[in-house]
Ligand binder design. Sequence first.
Ligand code: COA
Length: 217
Amino acid sequence: MGATGREMHIRPYEPADLDDLYRICLLTGDEGADASDQFDDPNLLGHFWAAPYAVHEPDLAWVLADGPGGGGGVVGYVLGTRDSVAFAGWMDSQWLPALRRQYPLPPAGDRSRDAAMIRMIHRGYTAPQFADDYPAHLHIDLLPAAQRHGHGRELMTTLLERLRTLRVPGVHLGVGRGNTGAIAFYQRLGFQLLHEHPWGLELGLRLGPAGPTEQAR
Ligand SMILES: CC(C)(COP(=O)(O)OP(=O)(O)OC[C@H]1O[C@@H](n2cnc3c(N)ncnc32)[C@H](O)[C@@H]1OP(=O)(O)O)[C@@H](O)C(=O)NCCC(=O)NCCS
């Protein structure tokens, strides 16, 4: 039983969880806050930031489930890819073509959040240069009721341990500049600044076989 007063339990992702990934991605999609009222299409965020990871590498995806034994609803996830360059290739050849057909490019004057995400789907994902040293990347999102009880750290530890087992030398992630809570969380786990963008920060963690740095307190 966690400090929420409710049992929460990490388990491997299953294909039946896919809709929950879409839901949680939207509910945390505005720099950690609910983005539901910013999108007409509730799936656009999840199409890019959540679903492809679980479909491409389900062995690097875990969910946090509520209720006794974790049998209740999904309230969080961590999703990763071990090789961002390979992931970029798979996105471009396998995942994004169907979405590009489903969502034609919007007119240039369309400044909506939907239009911005559709443009991103058409641009595609490119791995950053530092992917040589930090080949993996990840996404983690927990609903508010699950936050600040240690579950985020537990989910991260689960993923980072698997990446170490796979001998992946480093992992990176992106976080919005305004998401100060998540930035504090990643810093607490040992992530360091790799690159600053107008939209936010890219952080990285080296994954040596030695001590579990993500458990440093
Ligand atoms: C960011 C997030 C993943 C953190 O998970 P969490 O379960 O809330 O964090 P934990 O309780 O495991 O905290 C782990 C450590 O980080 C610190 N931390 C977590 N959130 C923090 C915050 N908002 N401010 C300061 N420190 C924070 C905790 O104090 C804790 O430190 P300790 O273990 O040394 O005591 C989670 O809050 C979340 O999903 N937020 C909304 C979605 C989001 O922003 N995702 C990231 C997008 S880039």
